[in-house]
Structures are given as C-alpha cells and as structure tokens.
Design a protein around this ligand. Structure first.
Ligand code: HEC
Ligand code: HEC
Length: 382
C-alpha cells in the first residue's frame, strides 16, 4: 500500500495543486450520481410504462461498477483500490482524529472515506443484483428470467427497495463527510471531484504516483465483456420460468367471445373458473348457458390452464380473488388497487367500453404477460 497521507493540519500557507482524480474516475463518479438519480426518479415518479428507463439506468450502473473495479486495479494512483486500503489501526486513527476535529489529510480517499467507498460499492452491487432478480422473477424479463421464480423476484424487490433506502442514508453520510473534510481542511472537495486537483502543502513531497495501465484496462474489459456476453447469451436462451404454451380451444374462442373479448385462463384460479362455468345461465346478469358437452370442454380447458399453472406477476397476484365476486377478475383486490387511479370515464370511452376490455389498454393481454412496457400509449392518460 502506498501512503497518500500528507498532514494532520488544515492546509494553510503556500501549497501547490496536484492532480489526484483522473478523468475516468471523475466521469465514473458523476455518471453514477446521474444514473442513480434517474433510477430513483423513474421508480418513484415515473409511470409503470417507463420501466425501460429504470432498467436502462440499472444496466448503466452495472457497467460503471465493472469499469470502476478494473480501474481500481489498473487505473492511476489515487483511483487504485490498493491506494485506499488502510489497516484497521490507521482507520481508527483517522476516525479518532475526525472526532477531535483534527483528521489527518490525505491526497486520495482518507480511511473513513475509503470505508464509505467500499460500503457504497457493496450496496450498489446488492441493488443491481436484487433489481435483476426482481426483473426476472416478477416481470419475467431480463437475463435471469429463466432461473428466477416469481416468489424469489418478489422477495428481491423488497430487498431492492430497502437497499435503495440504505443507499440514501449512505449518500447523506457521504455528503456530511465531504462537508466536514472540506471545512476542516479548508479545501473544496466537490470542486476537486470536478477539476481533479487537490492541494498539497508546499515542501511536502508528492508521493510517487503510478500511471494508468491502459492496455491492461482494455484487455480486462474485453475479457470481462466477452465472458459476460457469453453467459448472458446462454441465460437469455432459457425460456422465462412459469410461462407455458397455451393451446387454442375452439369452443372457448368462439362461445366466450360473443359478448366480450376472451380472457387469458391464467387470470383466474381453477375454483373460480369452475364456479363461473357451473353458473353460465346467470353470468353477470346475462344468460350465457351452453350445451353440456361444450360447457364441459371449456371448463376442463380453463381449469387446466388456470392461474395455478403460471408464474407470471398477473397470475400470482390475481390468484387472490374477491370474496364477494370470486369469478370477476376486475373485482380482485390487486386489480382494483392497480387500476384505482384510472378515471372511470376512461373505461366507458367508446373504444374501450368496459373494465373487462383488457386488450384495449394492455397490448399483450392475449399472452397473459401484462408487461409494464406494454400498457398502450393511447390509454396511458389517467
Ligand atoms: C351473453 C353474453 C356473454 C357470453 C356468451 C359470455 N359472457 Fe362473460 N361476461 C358477460 C358480461 C355482460 C360480463 C360483465 C362484463 C363487464 O362487467 O364489463 C361478463 C364477464 C365475464 C368475466 C369477468 C370479467 C371481469 O370483469 O372481471 C369473465 C371471467 C367471463 N365473463 C368469462 C366468460 C367465459 C369463460 C365465457 C364463455 C364460457 C363467457 N364469459 C361468455 C357476458 C357474456
Ligand atoms: C383503461 C385501460 C385499462 C384497462 C381496460 C385495463 N387495464 Fe390493467 N392497467 C392499466 C394501467 C394504466 C395500468 C398501470 C397502473 C399503474 O400505473 O400502476 C394497469 C396495470 C395492470 C396490471 C399490473 C401490471 C404490472 O406489471 O404492474 C395488471 C396485471 C393489469 N393491469 C391487468 C389487467 C386486466 C387483467 C385487465 C382486464 C380485465 C385490465 N388490466 C384492464 C390500464 C388498463
């Protein structure tokens, strides 16, 4: 480890400016700020069909993490992980100095800052990983869709949200640290993360600084990129878990399409389909009764492909039906919750007609997927 410690005192008197943060490190820092902000804003402020922006920001963070790891090995002096790997004793000394308001001055990351860097790094890895699991499990999208169940995705989504809260707390602590260090050493740290320069008291030797090894950086990134592309390519070929091929059923497609579009069988559990099919003569105020053979055929088809056999978000959520109207998809608690901020007038609009006309707003309704990104642009106004 090379020391980048300079002195314990605020920097006063003559000093010179030395280059500490190279351009890639500064770009990494500010791009991370930008992408994390986009990630948070798109999750909490943007509508669901902007999901791709959120996913894009997440992939961007993954690329940044990979780059920073490589740059932490082969980058220039102060960006190297080895430059800011301190012993517990030195970290303790720095914390102690901080408590006495006389922390030692370091050119690169100080020991407390280094702790924060490592913690931030772990949390970011956790956030991107849990995000990918949530995407694969809940939405059946992304490279992990073929190996992640809905249940795992659901848990991952909670972890994802908690880690983001943790990240918020850490960013706050980081800002406090930057302010404290800037005040105690009379040095504007945010500016140094823009210009790259920090001050070194005149007369103090500038410790030997290693240059970036660009060849090694390029090679590592190429090797990593190729292996990642290979693994993702293999994973991407696996079909998403919990989807099955749905054969056509002629009776269902003709008899049940008379009055409304047909519903994907995964949108109700088997007992609901059974109840609905046993009571066709009083079907939401209509007589939809069929001859026994046709009715039996449709009933058995719907039971076979009911929500229990699917692991999509819609099937999992809609499995919990309304106690009062167990055969009505649009009465289930999840459906009501998801659509409660849509103006009632929109459902009545001529080209939509009713709540039950799923395909009017969900371009992928017939597949049973109900992806966030497939909510029809026309119907997005609420
Ligand atoms: C005679 C007309 C008619 C036929 C035929 C018909 N339905 Fe319906 N169905 C309705 C009406 C009316 C509603 C209530 C729709 C609404 O509230 O917008 C409804 C609602 C439903 C719902 C609940 C949708 C929701 O809003 O949650 C399901 C499920 C359903 N039908 C399934 C079927 C199946 C399966 C068949 C074929 C066996 C069928 N329907 C045949 C008229 C019909
Ligand atoms: C008038 C348009 C409209 C109709 C009709 C409609 N939806 Fe939706 N649906 C939406 C909108 C908009 C959202 C996103 C709500 C939000 O922002 O949380 C949504 C969300 C959903 C979701 C959650 C998607 C996700 O990944 O978060 C499901 C599942 C869903 N709808 C199922 C249905 C089903 C099943 C029907 C038919 C019975 C239906 N919808 C009818 C507009 C509609």
């Amino acid at each position: 480890m090379r020391h980048n410690k300079t002195s314990g005192a605020p920097i006063t008197g003559p000093q010179r400016r030395v280059r500490v943060w190279d351009l890639p490190t500064r770009l990494f820092h500010w791009l991370l700020v930008l992408l994390a902000s986009i990630g948070v804003a798109s999750a909490y402020l943007a509508p669901e069909w902007w999901m791709d922006l959120h996913i894009g920001a997440g992939y961007g963070v993954v690329l940044l993490i990979v780059f920073r790891l490589v740059w932490g090995i082969y980058g220039s002096e102060y960006s190297r992980i080895g430059n800011f790997s301190y012993s517990p004793a030195e970290t303790f000394r720095h914390l102690h100095g901080l408590a006495m308001l006389r922390p030692a001055h370091y050119l690169g990351h100080n020991p407390t800052g280094a702790l924060m860097v490592f913690a931030l790094f772990l949390v970011l890895v956790g956030i991107t990983l849990s995000g990918l699991l949530a995407l694969g499990g809940e939405e059946n999208q992304g490279p992990l869709a073929g190996i992640t169940s809905f249940q795992i995705g659901d848990v991952a989504k909670d972890i994802h949200a908690y880690l983001v809260l943790g990240l918020g707390v850490m960013v706050f602590a980081h800002l406090l640290g930057v302010i404290a260090e800037s005040v105690l050493h009379r040095e504007n740290l945010p500016r140094s993360m823009i210009s790259g320069f920090k001050s070194l008291p005149e007369g103090l030797a500038h410790p030997p600084a290693r240059e970036a090894q660009l060849g090694a950086v390029a090679l590592s990134i190429a090797v990593f990129g190729l292996s990642a592309a290979g693994i993702l390519g293999l994973l991407g070929r696996m079909p998403p878990t919990g989807l099955q091929a749905l054969p056509a059923n002629e009776n269902f497609q003709t008899e049940c399409a008379d009055c409304h579009q047909i519903f994907h069988p995964s949108l109700l559990p088997a007992p609901s389909w059974q109840g609905l099919m046993a009571n066709l003569e009083d079907h939401f105020g209509e007589d939809a009764s069929l001859d026994e053979e046709t009715s039996k055929d449709i009933a058995s088809y719907l039971r076979s492909y009911a929500s229990e056999g699917w692991d999509t978000e819609a099937a999992n959520r809609l499995r919990q039906v309304s106690a009062n109207a167990p055969w009505q998809i649009t009465a289930s608690p999840y459906w009501v919750r998801k659509h409660d901020d849509i103006l009632p007038g929109l459902f009545a609009r001529e080209d939509i007609g009713s709540k039950s006309n799923c395909a009017a707003c969900h371009a992928d309704a017939n597949s049973g997927h109900f992806d966030d990104q497939m909510i029809n642009t026309m119907e997005k106004q609420k």
